[in-house]
Design a protein around this ligand. Sequence first.
Ligand code: FES
Ligand code: FES
Length: 867
Amino acid sequence: MADVYVDGKRVTMSDFYVNGIHVIVPDNKKLIRFLRDDMRLLSVKNGCSEGACGTCTVLIDGKPSRSCIPMTDRMEGRHIVTCEGLTAREREVYAYAFTACGAVQCGFCTPGMVMAAKGLLDKNIDPTEAEVRDALKTNICRCTGYKKIVEAVLLAGKLFREGSAVPACTLKGVVGDSIGRVDAPAKALGEAKYCDDLYFDGMLYGVARRSDYPRAKVLSIDTAEAEQMDGVVKILTASDIPGKQKIGHIQQDYDVMIPIGGITHFLGDAIALVAADTEAHARAAAKAIRIAYEPLPGVFDMMEGLKDEILVHASVGTNVLAHEHLVRGNAKEKIKNSKYVVTNHYSVPPTEHAFLEPECAVAMPEGEGVRIYSGDQGIYQTQKECAAMLGLPADEVRVTAMMVGGGFGGKEDMSVQHHAALLAYCTGKPVKVTFTREESILIHPKRHAMEMEFTTACDENGYLTAMCATLVSDTGAYASLGGPVLQRACTHAAGPYNYQDIDIDGKAIYTNNPPAGAFRGFGVTQSCFATECNLNQLAEMVGITPFEIRYRNAIRPGQVLPNGQIADETTALVETLDAVRPIMERNPKAGIACAMKNAGVGVGIPDTGRCRLEVKDGKVHLHSAAACIGQGMGTVQLQMVVETLGISPDQVVYHEPDTALSPNAGVTTASRQTLFTGEATIRAAKLLKEAALHAGGIEKLEGQSFLGEYTGITDKMGSDKPNPVSHIAYGYATHVVELDDEGKIARVIAVHDVGRAVNPIAVEGQIEGGVVMGLGYALTEDFPTKEGKPLGKFGTIGLWKANQAPAIEAVPIGKAAKDSLAYGAKGVGEIATIPTAPAVQNAYYNRDGIFRTTLPMEGTPYTRKKR
Ligand code: FES
Ligand code: FES
């Protein structure tokens, strides 16, 4: 370490080596900041800056290490390697192994995983699976369930050991082929660009000053001192918003900033925005803004909220955001006359998405408006809300999608985009807004906590007769998607079974807790837990197995679901049960649960997928605004084009969504994109094919575009049709959970009716990731709050690690015809998480006789101390 003088000041410099280059660092900073900001080694991802996620993993003197913890002055003389420093052979092998094994989904964890793998394989080129899992145990992946990452590391080791060449792909890329994802190699090597990887000349950094109280009246905002601080360019308050002060998906109740005189709704409310030359300067200035408040009592319990004594949104006049009452037949009468009846109360907690990429957006002036780079679940939704806030026509707000480092529903709402857009609009400069992990955890909507009372009845043979249920959900400070989430919880509460009498009453309640909204399963994750657990108690009363009661009641084609919809010919719930029958016969103590989940928004709401194919330079360029949040949408669309046109994958060029180029394909939600935008893609390809036939070849269509569109027509809630079509398609699943002798999860078998798997390895990956998320929901994950303040951090909310995840067998099945919509594909994104928790509950009940009604379950080897 050397002391030198810079501008008359003594500076201690540290020198070390990065990817073989000797570097001298004059100012002491976190290693990750030096690697990313100064060296632009952008494979080093910032997932938490708390040492808890592993996305920033690099090798320091050959040892996998977090780069977000050590300072550069601790690196003296050390050798650091990032993905950019891999040899050509290593790049080839890791990119191939991770792509071929399907180990890359959102990809945000992947470069860190690759470095952890290199750390292991450099020392042990022939590791066991357990050694691989141990080596990866400090790297969290929220998408994959780890299985395919472990397989990728083992494959990389084999290729290195054998010195063999990386095999060429021989697949045609048609529907049904497990080709590698279009973006997997770039993601594996850290070359794919997420929002935080964007740097522009003169770019400012935006930070919000957030409320100090979950509920308080803002009396005054004093920015004078903050404005004088180093690097500060602009400070904005609500009076600077040129357009709408409130935005939101369905209800526009989300304050862009709380104005003077306004009342805060939760601790994440923004009161002022700062733009400065560095993020550190912006954060320091945000802290220095003086805000005077009149603190007010808040409501933090949904049952208290129901009393309407304190109103979270006074203008609404009640804390009830949404009320659903679904009635078919006469459930109460049927229950009275049924042989067996069970009633249980279930409590499930809020949970955190914990996607690995914290929210980030970069906005800059463009034309009369702004351009926003965003990693979200729907660029047109971002355009709509930001344009409303800026008071601009939609076409003056251009939104370009970057890679999305996981979403799971948590990136459907505005979080950073509107603030980046406003700051860029008002400063005339590019502005980046990136959440810290703490902000991410506080601000984006969670999975709803619910209190549920379910009564289910059956006859003497175990055939279901009726069910009544009440559900109350804590929807937190803002509407977000709390209404539709409650609706799906209610519409699916009776389960995938053939009976007709239901009475289901649900309410979503505003509180001053962090908002709740969309999260994989969209309310069904909660109500399925209650439905399935009740079923097992009925089975016990009847004297049949949990498998048998499901088999007897499972919905079959042509039968009528409890919501009145007739199950179509592709319905394969029974087949998912048949697939697990041998396991249940061999191990009657295994836990079992079933589920159904809609694909598409449904219930009469306009729902359209779109895709535009353009012929350019003799290739087919694919433009669609369907967000890929890790599920592999680009690859699905590519395979559909290849299948329809009979061309090879390298003749198709996939483009990231951009409102200036891609038609609106709706939000990536409700497991809808493969079905809706997939079908739209096929339609566009058919138009192109026909034109090519007439023209004498695709190359003759140079410059021409072909727009495909598919709109799902469904019946609205409360339709008076006897058999309304609520949704275009339903996926079905059966999960089985086996415990080992110590009571740990040994194996999960997840059989899913996916209609037809477009890319089987990608479907398996969705299922495996969903299962591990479901295990977390069942056994470890929680999101405790006190007076609206989250108590958990990324490292303490109970996420599963590579060395905890059990063996998972993902079995996609289906019987959809190839000429069905979207070549028979149904969505699988959400349902993979839904039946896991009740299957786990059943496995523990079979082991210890305790019927657990709360999540995460207590009294298991996974039980953690309450905070
Ligand atoms: S960013 Fe370093 S461990 Fe998460
Ligand atoms: S692929 Fe691992 S977090 Fe998304």
